[in-house]
Design a protein around this ligand. Structure first.
Ligand code: SF4
Length: 273
């Protein structure tokens, strides 16, 4: 979204690094890439009606006006399963679940190709989370958008994702198809995250606890970013860049798998993890 500039890396969209784009070159992407924010209360202007909020992107990108614009607003409300009558309300007159639907409606109003969803369910209780995930799934099927879904809640990942990228301290530690990652995680951090997913019958699986605190991302770390919390840490984990290797259909950045480590296969997460 270019809301802030990255300190390193590239942003490749449709095969092109868009970091070098001027403001003018980036303008068409402002319609094509939309965002749903974590806290709908903070991201909606409480002094504006929902009609004004949803009208903004359509007017900004000159997508509709007059009767067509009003019809499109009503259709967008129906798509997110909100009564069009709510267009006359302000955000502070809506419930948390309704506000998040308005956030989604604002994102999809301009017919985007990519929607970045930043922890969209974290402010909702469990029953509303499931309803919202189902809504996102049906919208994706209907409108053919790609989602980039950012979450700390691994239990939602299987519902929404095709591919998963696991990051620790800003580094990608494991990535691949969702089933591979969730059913057979390889990186010790992914193993700990998945072992921590709440399950209905706790005695069927050992509960794992991730020891220690996440270090500050501001302090540069030589070697693996997960070294201070990893139960399999080796001296070589504290030196240089950790290479990414392909193993069993996914990419993993861990020395346990690159031939330098002690094992070709890391053990599954244990209670110690
Ligand atoms: S590289 Fe070393 S410290 Fe990092 S996850 Fe693998 S074993 Fe653990």
């Amino acid at each position: 979204m270019r809301l802030t500039d990255p300190t390193a890396g590239r942003i490749v969209y449709r095969g092109t690094d868009i970091l070098g784009y001027s403001r003018r070159a980036f303008r068409p992407l402002r319609r094509e890439i939309q965002m749903v924010f974590q806290d709908p209360g903070a991201s909606l202007n409480p002094s504006m009606t929902i009609r004004q909020t949803l009208r903004e992107p359509l007017k900004l990108h000159r997508l509709a006006q007059g009767n067509e614009l009003e019809a499109r607003l009503q259709e967008t409300m129906r798509l997110v399963q909100l009564e069009p009558a709510l267009l006359n309300r302000r955000a502070d007159q809506l419930s948390g679940g309704q506000k998040q639907r308005v956030g989604i409606a604002r994102a999809i109003a301009s017919n985007p190709a990519l929607v970045v969803l930043d922890e969209p369910t974290s402010s909702l209780d469990m029953s509303l989370r499931i309803v919202l995930l189902e809504l996102l799934e049906s919208l994706q099927e209907r409108l053919g958008m790609t989602y980039l879904f950012i979450t700390h809640d691994f239990s939602t990942v299987r519902h929404i994702a095709d591919r998963v990228v696991v990051m620790y301290l800003g580094k990608v530690v494991e990535s691949g198809p969702v089933d591979r990652i969730l059913d057979d995680p390889k990186h010790p951090y992914t193993q700990a995250l998945i072992a921590a997913i709440p399950i209905p019958e706790p005695r069927t699986r050992p509960r794992a606890r991730l020891e220690g605190e996440t270090p500050s991302a501001l302090r540069p770390i030589a070697g693996c970013p997960f070294q201070d919390r990893c139960p399999h840490v080796m001296p070589e984990c504290r030196e240089g860049e950790i290479p990414t290797v392909e193993i069993a259909g996914r990419d993993v950045a861990c020395l346990l798998y690159d031939g330098r480590g002690r094992r070709a296969e890391a053990p599954a997460a244990s209670g110690a993890a």
